[in-house]
Design a binder for this molecule. Sequence first.
Ligand code: FAD
Length: 419
Amino acid sequence: MPRSKSPIDVAIVGAGIGGSALAVVLARHGLNVLMLEKSTQHKDVVRGEWLAPWGVHEANKLSLTELYVSSGAHRPTRHIGYSEFESAEDSEAQTLQIEGVAKENPICLGHPNTCNALNEEAVRLGVEFHRGITSLKVTPGSPPQLEYVHADKAHTVQPRWIVGADGRNGVVAQQVGCVREQDEEHHLFSGMLVEDAHDWPEDLQVIASEGDVNVLAFPQGGGKVRIYLGWPSQDRGRLVGPNGPQRFLDAWQVECVPHADAIVKAKPISPCIAYPNSDSWLDSPVREGVVLIGDAAGRNDPIIGQGLSITHRDVNYVSSALLETTSWGESMFAEYISERKERMARLRTVARLTSLKESAFGQDGAALRVSIHERLANKPDLAAPFSAGFVGPHNLPAEVFSAEFAAEIVGAPIWDEHL
Ligand SMILES: Cc1cc2nc3c(=O)[nH]c(=O)nc-3n(C[C@H](O)[C@H](O)[C@H](O)COP(=O)(O)OP(=O)(O)OC[C@H]3O[C@@H](n4cnc5c(N)ncnc54)[C@H](O)[C@@H]3O)c2cc1C
């Protein structure tokens, strides 16, 4: 059934972070936007809630930071990496004052809250928003075509352009013929939101490795902390079943983090779904009349918490192309395609290095972690690629992401299957 309202400039599939941020930006400039979302409510399905400082710079460019702050964003100011290989005092002596190196502090805000704030802003600006859609079908072309069912009614629309922002489990990429590849899983990763962690310092974010766990904590204010956990793939069932959340908290019984007890005694208030640690990428995020952004366009391993920042940068590139080009065609995304490819390749290297440095488990893994820590201590310049997670991969020289540089950190080629 054709839709009878005014012609749609851009139809966006997915009202998560990327889709709704783009809807807001385009609507502000007067474009006629249709946004479609599968879920009827944004739920906590364990997504990113730490926007890196470089992602805040991207949000600033989109004029979205104010919206996040007014929606309750929390801004940690210190970062400490603890490990079983050095004392807490030595780790704390290397505390990173985040704003000093990245000219912004990160933003910690719940994923459902962020999506809701962006959705509401999009609707306020005139975006037509439908939730609970099913039977989605995207066909590339000039114009492209979008079919879906909403409130038991079938719709077919032909907007000028379609944006696939349907996340890591989305279907648009496949429907338009994109070829997806992905790394082998290195280990498993999950997240959980806890409350009543009042003894956790609210200005402090932490990453730590000890034994068979890699733990991360990002405070959200008011005693809430988003915690993450990396653990060996061999222990697949660790968080499965009703005792999963408790086992997650138990994993926080690490000696190297002074405030860990505040987390162990906290109260879980979310599920703890597990994900494989790996990157995935597409041959290209563009087809005739269709562009993909965010996780739908290929995602970085969540171990370095870059997906939200990547998505905001995608929104910057794609909105600029749509707003600055009068005659729309695939070529308007040439810069987006090449910049994204390089950006994601760099972050894939950083994620792999971080997995080996923080989440290599077992006897051999522990030996590898020790050797990496020693190399970094002996030659601090080798730590350069790790700062990409704060300052952005595009703000560092290409050579620090080279295979040679990475091999010097690890003592072997980083994609060696034995690592
Ligand atoms: C365990 C874990 C931890 C992470 N931690 C961090 C972190 O700390 N920092 C960080 O920056 N990133 C992190 N990320 C990554 C981050 O969550 C994602 O990169 C980010 O949410 C991507 O935004 P998006 O808009 O592409 O997708 P999403 O925010 O996932 O939104 C996609 C939307 O599309 C909708 N959708 C799906 N299919 C359809 C369909 N067929 N039709 C219509 N709508 C559809 C979904 O319901 C959803 O609302 C983490 C990811 C995981 C898995």
